[in-house]
Design a protein around this ligand. Structure first.
Ligand SMILES: [Zn+2]
Length: 440
């Protein structure tokens, strides 16, 4: 038995190498050995990939695994199993855990758990401030030495401009980006839904677009002043995209991401158009789902390259966190197991450009966090790159049933919705997981 696996006859898409053609892919143990037409490998296990898309495994810059501290919502084991099923072979774990990774010892403990339980590659993101409290900086150089790939207090913004400027200056010297949850709580405090037509109709406290736009503008200014690498998490507003486009046109080193949820849904999901209940707590997310105009601008941002990455903001919650009044529901969507299908559906509808979308799930996030310096070839199918890949049945329709999620979080507003496109198989570090047809 050799360690060779041959994927034959796939439609191979490797954005980093400009490949978009019907080819074979040969894997040797944990690495990619060859990508070419008509590869002969008599002693290889053969996987017939005819009719399937084959891409580098997806890379997620923004996921919440909940462990340690919130295991009733999810664990490293359950949530990385969900990631794998969704085609994600590398994920970056946000630090809103308890304890939060704000010094070397908490990161070392987290890495121990990851080494024991994770089904995919997990990079830790360290805190910006101690206990994510926004009052004093975490041990940033310790966190960098311990292997954190970025700093973030995600869930909370760093409200003090002085503290945020100091964090940017230190992160620059360490060569690590800051991923900022851009929000001005003076405007958004208490807000549970985008301030607009739907929040007014349903009597929900509004979370205005200006809360994000103000913070994005501040953060860009401070990144320019310090020369730091700033990554803007989960953009939700058209104006935010315009500010990023302006900053990049001026040569600033700013990257950003958008979630599949904000690309696919609008504020109308809260009211569940035509569906009961009228208030769907599963559609509560921070930042909130916005207007159709915002959604269109986010799609355009991916299509023209202004926004680098599609990141899930996978946020599993326990049932009781959502079985309550809208105002009291925990914000967040369990996204790993629907992300690829929502992207394929948006491509099928002609709303997303496939080349841009696939780059935003593979090589672009790698470059945004400099992950190619940690794992050479990550996010590509280059020879010698890790054998991380995903096989997709792009036209297979299925209906989302959260009861069948592997994630402990069943919190999705997509339950009962039919999507086009399905993850058929995933290889992570050379290990193959086949989902089978219609195994939804
Ligand atoms: Zn966030």
């Amino acid at each position: 038995m050799t360690g060779l696996t041959l994927f034959s006859g796939a439609h191979v898409i490797d954005p980093a190498n400009g490949i978009d053609a019907k080819l074979d892919v040969l894997v040797d143990g944990p690495v990619i050995a060859n990508v070419a037409a008509g590869i002969a490998a008599d002693d290889a296990r053969v996987v017939d990939a005819t009719g399937l898309l084959l891409l580098p495994g997806f890379v997620d810059l923004h996921a919440h695994l909940r462990e340690p501290g919130f295991e009733q919502k999810g664990t490293i084991e359950t949530e990385t199993a969900a990631a794998l099923r969704g085609g994600f072979t590398t994920i970056c774990a946000m630090p809103n855990t308890d304890p939060a990774p704000d010094d070397a010892s908490t990161v070392e403990a987290l890495k121990g758990r990851i080494g024991r339980d994770a089904h995919v590659r997990v990079f830790p993101i360290g805190c910006i401030t101690r206990e994510r409290a926004g009052l004093s900086l975490a041990e940033l150089s310790e966190l960098a030495d311990a292997g954190c790939v970025a700093f973030s207090d995600d869930g909370h913004p760093v409200t003090s401009p002085r503290l945020f400027r100091n964090a940017l200056a230190i992160s620059r010297s360490l060569g690590i980006p800051i991923s900022e949850h851009s929000d001005d709580p003076a405007l958004s405090a208490g807000g549970v839904a985008h301030e607009g037509r739907v929040s007014e109709r349903l009597g929900l406290r509004g979370y205005p677009a200006a809360a994000e736009i103000n913070a994005v503008a501040r953060n860009i200014e401070l990144a320019e002043a310090t020369g730091a690498r700033l990554h803007l998490a989960h953009l939700s507003c058209a104006r935010s995209v315009a500010l990023v486009a302006d900053a990049r046109a001026r040569g600033l080193n700013i990257t950003s991401e958008v979630t599949p949820s904000h690309l696919f849904l609008t504020e109308d999901a809260i009211a569940g158009p035509g569906r009961e209940p009228a208030y769907d707590t599963n559609a509560r997310i921070n930042p909130p789902l916005r207007t159709e105009e915002d959604r269109k601008a986010l799609l355009a941002g991916i299509n023209d390259g202004t926004i680098d990455a599609i990141a899930t903001d996978h946020a599993p919650h326990a049932t009781e966190d959502k079985l309550c009044e809208f105002d009291h529901a925990a914000p967040g969507i369990s996204c790993f197991e629907t992300a690829a299908a929502t992207i394929l559906t948006l491509i099928d509808r002609g709303e997303l450009d496939p080349a841009a979308a696939w780059a935003a799930l593979t090589i672009n996030p790698v470059r945004a966090f400099g992950l190619q310096h940690r794992v050479p070839g990550l996010g590509t199918l280059s020879v010698g790159a890790p054998a991380d890949l995903v096989l997709l049945a792009s036209s297979e329709a299925w209906t989302v049933d959260p009861a069948r999620f592997v994630s402990r979080g069943r919190n999705t507003p997509l339950g009962g919705i039919t999507l086009t496109g399905h993850v058929r198989a995933v290889m992570a570090s050379g290990k193959l997981w086949e989902m089978g047809a219609n195994d939804d």
